[in-house]
Design a protein around this ligand. Structure first.
Ligand code: HDE
Length: 750
């Protein structure tokens, strides 16, 4: 069976790659890094860049054609130079008036080095400061050809992309796993110009009009006096705003749901949020909403995992994304659209398509796949690419146009404006990561950081001196033509349409679409966050908002806060739940998921190699965890009981029952916790108990079964035992397809 053999070879090759990534440096261990280089004393060839990285795409009308290097490479030559290329003899000592004397002002090398360093930082993004990026490829399916003439959506057309995922509230150095909305911004470098789809992992927004953006962000960012809390909405000013400004309630319930704590960037949906207008070759238009659907499904952390990770691995999502890509487990999403007729009312099934606090349930308008995105390359340099990438909603291509959603309209102003401060001037499109791959022929000139050396004398139109160039393009040359939408004659007002006044029906729809476990998590999230508020009046006001969403939700949160549950002030809307909103109840592929394997170096290691291969063959990553570093048999230990923690794995396998370390304290604690004759290392018991609490699949065989007994989890839901490692893994794999052992969560609401 040739195809099966070929597939096996691919899996095994990928397996080797995966092991390279997750194996720490164990000198001499198979798959580990080469032995450390000798102390460098003389020039030698630089190390090649990592395979997955390569140089960033920097194609530009000036440069690529001439064959000249289009990007500055760091540390590529043997000898140190100044920024002007003069070779230097010493960069370790400043020029002084004698070894004990003051530094001389004439030390141009010192001044250049320190001045440059002094200016290394740029302002972080005012929102979405914390992020991680990756390169990839988008392939069109051709299924959108009837509704749009955008060339990159044509069947089989491949377009390079750069994606930046982010949290909204935290500073650049904040933790990844906080409860927050996630940004999902994609730059498509199409042949017809760059298209930026700047979305979030939630389909609705806090406000309906862009003029309120400074208000919601000022309320959600840390308090201005103490600058705490960092990257959190669990504080008074946030809840003060959303309880007073009830159009925010829909987005808020999404944040309080499991969507606010994604398991991974790879397991997030993405949404364009606004309604867009597509134009086809004949000039016909439709309204659409964009959706990204992750191949791995939509998965979340538990709240305790998210909190633990904030301390144990604040870079969890970043690391997860890079590790997966470099391991060959390339994350994938399908791009889809919900399509609506472009009617003058701009509504669908009674839902105002210009209101960014509303969704259109997928049951009413299915998401139709139009292309696929694979992320396959990590950035070479974080600052040059991820930090300097500049998205803008006005980066549109022929075939995709805007609508009058007042949030969309305001964003069309904000994104270029913010880059002027952040990237220091109007020429940020010339930075390598922002350069279009389509030929650029604009009449924009000069300004700070002008990289281009423009020829010609006539950057104006009309002209005769540059042969009349550049000429406007027509339809035949694929010009971007604004859709001539009729604007109704109306008085100039500061007002919203009346339909924007419904702030509760869709919040109720979301709540009623959740499974009992998800509802329980939402209740706990509200209770936690409101419990962190100091002001009683704010808690009471938010409870009044919850009463208008659902009496059960309100009563449960009120009980948690120790406050009376208020009565609703508005009639509860009769809504039809949308099962597509729930994350529970479906099966998903396990690609790139991590399976921890606790091994005991002194125990029975038979079958460990077979088990590891089975995990690789399932497209997952095995992580060997043992008492100390080094080798277990012929396999390298990847985490020790000191460096590993349950939150890093999606499932846990126990191949042994490691005894406590010969350390008086540890042994004493172990004995105190478990009276058995042969105690198990308490760090392993903690790992098992945490995995159990976080509803992860747990499997054991042989001596491993003893760990289950001592951890007090034997025989409970999602805890399996079998005769061999491979059989145990097969059972665990089935449980992992459902993401978690949902039965383990107590659910007090139905
Ligand atoms: Fe943004 N937003 N935003 N936003 N946004 C920015 O632009 C803004 C909104 C989103 O990885 C800023 O370059 C206004 C909705 C993402 O670089 C800024 C309004 C959605 C990112 C800005 C919104 C988003 C940003 C800050 C209300 C989801 C990160 C830095 C009208 C559809 C992009 C920057 C990246 C970033 C303004 C609302 C998504 C200040 C005024 C709705 C993913 O321009």
């Amino acid at each position: 069976n040739k195809p099966a053999q070929a597939a096996k070879a691919v899996v095994e090759a990928a397996a080797e790659k995966i092991s390279d990534v997750v194996t720490p440096d164990v000198p001499g261990a198979p798959g580990s890094a080469p032995p450390p280089l000798e102390e460098p004393t003389k020039p030698h060839d630089p190390l090649p860049p990592k395979k997955e990285q390569g140089a960033p795409e920097t194609r530009t009308p000036t440069g690529a054609e001439t064959g000249a290097p289009t990007t500055a490479n760091g540390q590529q030559g043997a000898y140190l130079t100044t920024s002007q290329g003069a070779r230097l003899r010493d960069t370790d000592h400043s020029l002084k008036a004698g070894p004990r004397g003051p530094i001389l002002l004439q030390d141009h090398h010192f001044r250049e080095k320190i001045t440059h360093f002094d200016h290394e930082r740029i302002p972080e993004r005012v929102v979405h400061a914390r992020g991680a990026g990756a390169h990839g490829v988008f392939t069109g399916y051709g299924t959108a050809e009837d509704v749009t003439r955008a060339g990159f959506l044509a069947k089989g057309k491949e377009t390079p992309v750069f994606v930046r995922f982010s949290t909204v509230l935290g500073s650049r150095g904040s933790a990844d796993t906080v409860r927050d909305t996630r940004g999902f911004a994609t730059k498509f470098y199409t042949d017809e110009g760059t298209f930026d789809l700047v979305g979030n992992n939630m389909p609705v927004f806090f406000i309906q009009d862009a003029i309120k953006f400074p208000d919601i962000i000022h309320a959600a960012k840390p308090h201005p006096d103490r600058e705490i809390p960092q990257a959190q909405s669990a504080h008074d000013t946030f809840w003060d705003f959303v309880s007073l400004h009830t159009e925010a309630q829909h987005h808020t319930i999404w944040n309080m749901s499991d969507r606010g704590i994604p398991r991974s960037y790879r397991t997030m949906e993405g949404f364009g949020v606004h309604t867009f207008r597509l134009v086809n070759a004949a000039g016909g238009t439709v309204l659409v909403k964009f959706h990204w659907k992750p191949k791995l499904g939509v998965h979340s952390l538990t709240w305790e995992e998210a909190q633990l990770l904030g301390g144990l691995d604040p870079d969890f999502h970043r690391r997860d994304l890079y590790d997966a890509i470099e391991a060959g487990a390339h994350p994938e999403w399908e791009l889809g659209i919900q399509v609506f007729p472009d009617t003058p009312e701009e509504t669908f099934a009674g839902i105002d398509l210009l209101d960014p606090t509303k969704i259109v349930p997928e049951e009413l308008a299915p998401v139709q796949p139009i292309g696929k995105m694979v992320l396959n390359r990590t950035p070479t340099n974080f600052f040059a690419e991820t930090e300097q990438v500049a998205f803008h909603l006005g980066h549109l291509v022929p075939g995709i146009d805007v609508t009058n959603d007042p949030l969309f309209q305001g964003r069309l102003f904000s994104y270029v404006d913010t880059q002027l401060t952040r990237l220091g001037g109007p020429n940020f499109s010339q930075l390598p990561i922002n350069r279009p791959h389509a030929p650029v022929n604009d009449m924009l000139r000069d300004g700070f950081h002008q990289d281009a050396v423009h020829g010609g004398v006539a950057p104006y139109r009309p002209n005769s001196l540059d042969g009349g160039n550049p000429f406007p393009a027509g339809d035949a040359e694929h010009a971007f033509v604004d859709v001539p939408v009729t604007v109704a004659e109306a008085p100039k007002v500061r007002a919203n349409p009346a339909s924007f006044d419904d702030h509760y029906s869709q919040v109720r729809l979301f709540w009623l679409s959740m499974s009992p476990v998800e509802k329980e998590h939402i209740i706990r999230a509200y209770t936690f966050e409101l419990g962190k508020c100091y002001h009683q009046a704010i808690k009471e006001r938010q409870l009044r908002a919850l009463a208008n969403i659902d009496p059960v939700l309100c009563a449960e949160v009120a009980t948690g806060l120790g406050l009376p549950a208020p009565e609703p002030t508005l009639p509860l809307t009769d809504v039809t739940p949308s099962p597509a909103l729930s994350q529970v109840g479906r099966e998903w592929p396990g690609d790139g998921r991590t399976v921890g394997i606790v091994v005991d170096a002194d125990g029975d290691l038979d079958g460990l190699g077979t088990l590891r291969r089975a995990v690789f063959a399932a497209g997952m990553v095995p992580l060997l965890i043992a008492a100390h570093g080094g080798m277990v048999g012929d396999l390298p230990v990847q985490r020790t009981f000191a460096t590993g923690r349950s939150v890093e794995v999606d499932a846990l396998l126990l191949a042994g029952a490691p005894a406590p370390a010969p350390d008086a304290l540890v042994a004493r604690d172990a004995k105190a916790g478990s009276p058995q004759a042969t105690p198990v290392d308490p760090r392993v018991l903690l790992m098992v108990q945490e995995c159990w609490r976080h509803a992860k699949a747990i499997g054991a065989w042989g001596a491993g079964a003893r760990v289950l007994e001592q951890a007090g989890v034997a025989g409970s839901a999602g805890v399996v035992t079998a005769d061999s490692g491979a059989d145990t893994f097969t059972a665990v794999q089935q449980l992992m397809a459902l993401h978690r052992v949902w039965d383990r969560f107590p659910a007090s609401v139905s």
